[in-house]
Write a protein that binds this ligand. Sequence first.
Ligand code: MC0
Length: 147
Amino acid sequence: MITRIDHIGIACRDLDASIEFYRRAHGFEVVHSEVNEEQGVREAMLRINGTDDGAASYLQLLEPIRDDCAIAKYLEKHGEGVHHIAFGTADVVAATEAATSTGIRALYPAPRRGTSNSSINFLHPKDCHGVLTELVQAADPADAHHS
Ligand code: MC0
């Protein structure tokens, strides 16, 4: 079951410039940053709000660290902007199966590692009316993205 929006992923060319933009425009602060080698990104999580189910919602700013990763390809084709929406769930395998049982393609046969050791899968944008959709299960919902 999906319970919340975990984050909106935004592709950017210059992570530090985008962080500064969101700080100046809206007062958002970075609560976590990391490099995800597998996904080919340097990223920052900006906390937007807390929720009553134990995890908050974030903007996720994503800068590519190599030319062949998904974000680099997206920037080349579309430029900067919203790259994906991530829905939070307590069980990413069950949420993925619920979606694939309706005919939507999952991109991975099993969950992979996401931000802060979360477990993630993606649903193909062509099966989701043009929206790349991520499903994310926090490693520890009470402490999502803070370590
Ligand atoms: C591609 N397409 C998109 C899209 N990316 N549509 C909407 N939103 C996107 N983000 C469309 C293209 O425009 C194209 O449509 C078609 O999908 C095929 O795209 P492509 O450019 O040929 O690229 P592919 O097929 O090689 O790859 C697309 C795919 C890939 C979604 C499968 O990006 C992927 O595997 N994404 C999952 C991983 C990911 O995105 N990692 C970065 C975030 P047309 O009509 O032109 O054919 S990592 C992350 O988010 C982690 C750190 C986390 O949250 O914890």
